[in-house]
Design a protein around this ligand. Structure first.
Ligand code: KG4
Ligand code: ZN
Length: 340
């Protein structure tokens, strides 16, 4: 088979989105995501409900991805799936399906690290989006992770900084919960923040040495601040929602940018790519873009549909692994935690 004719079916089921995509080389033919709305009423992802919903969604989602791509399963070159990190019950649904399908079609099986995928999503061929050159720094910010990664090549990357407690997405979601906003609150905080004054309230930034992050103290500070203000005025939240959200977002963006600036100073690398669900945030997008003028950085922000969890990003890693023949047997196991 010619390398120019690689068709990858990719499956992502690490958390609460069931997703499937079909790629022709580095082009995305289809990218289907089924969100699980059931978790909103519980204020967070319920693992048992997530795996059950994946079981219900996986067949229709894969079927839709193949139909939208307008290819048959017999045309597929390989099947890529998320091995981890993630919720074990959720991962197992995707991996079991991928294994059986690869076995039935007698085609290679490819395992993908979800965090690699958030980073390599920048290599999907998209009009109007440049691909970064190696080496670059990736700021991967999601509901489960906060990492700065030095990326030397497709499969040569090192975590140089990460959170010691909550992920930045959790900081957004937990702050939103304190303010009475539904789960996932990150996008809602962002929406209110765009209407508020970022300097209205000051929150102390954590003092963590080196390139690591900490967000649990910020969440506690916000909780105490809101409780105190509500004693003075029971309507404090509703009367100040935009300003509170703007101030929280401003603080979180500052925390991220401080560490990124330090990482650039320490590595001398000025090419920055952001990825993960939180990279959809308007504050971080603006702060990242501003560095091009301010400090001469070259920055990469992915297309919106490749920032939150999706299977196209799993597919692009699958494509790279296909080219270098990195295949698995059906004995491959899912991993809730996984190293680079
Ligand atoms: O990458 P992702 O879809 O799933 C994980 O792997 O975690 O990221 C989801 C996270 C959630 O915490 C969500 O609140 C956050 O990304 N998020 C945002 C925004 N859009 C999504 N946080 C802040 N501002 C946004 N616009
Ligand atoms: Zn993710």
């Amino acid at each position: 088979m010619q390398n120019s004719d690689v068709f990858i079916l990719a499956i992502e089921s690490s958390c609460d989105d069931t997703a499937a995509a079909v790629l022709h080389n580095d082009n995305v033919l289809s990218n289907v995501v089924a969100n699980q709305l059931i978790h909103a009423q519980y204020g967070g992802v319920v693992p048992e409900l997530a795996s059950r919903a994946h079981q219900q969604n996986i067949v229709p989602v894969i079927d839709a991805a193949l139909r939208k791509a307008n290819i048959t399963k017999e045309q597929l070159s390989a099947i890529a799936f998320t091995q981890g990190p993630g919720l074990m019950g959720s991962l197992l649904v995707g991996s079991s399906f991928a294994k059986s399908m690869a076995l039935a079609l007698n085609i290679p099986l490819i395992s993908v690290n979800h965090m690699h995928a958030h980073i390599l999503a920048h290599f999907i061929d998209e009009e109007g989006f440049d691909k970064p050159n190696f080496p670059f720094l990736a700021l991967t910010i999601s509901g489960g992770h906060t990492q700065i990664v030095q990326v030397n090549d497709f499969f040569d990357m090192t975590i140089i900084g990460e959170t010691t407690d909550d992920a930045v997405g959790e900081a957004f979601d937990k702050s939103a919960k304190i303010l009475g906003l539904p789960y996932p609150g990150g996008p809602l905080v962002d929406k209110h923040a765009q209407l508020g004054n970022p300097k209205a309230f000051a929150f102390t930034k954590p003092k963590v040495p080196g390139l690591n992050f900490s967000f649990s103290g910020l969440k506690t500070a916000i909780l105490y601040f809101v409780q105190k203000k509500k004693l003075e005025n029971p309507d404090f939240i509703s009367e100040n929602m935009d300003d509170i959200c703007a101030s929280i977002q401003y603080t979180i963006v500052e925390i991220l940018m401080d560490k990124l600036k330090l990482a650039v100073k320490e590595t001398g690398i000025k090419q920055i790519a952001i990825g993960g669900g939180v990279s959809a945030n308007s504050g971080i997008r603006k702060a990242i873009k501003d560095t091009e003028q301010k400090y001469g950085w070259k920055t990469y922000v992915p297309k919106f549909e490749y920032t939150t969890d999706n299977a196209a990003m799993i597919g692009i890693v699958g494509y790279q692994k296909f080219l270098s023949q990195q295949f698995e047997t059906a004995a491959v196991v899912s991993k809730a935690r996984i190293q680079f």
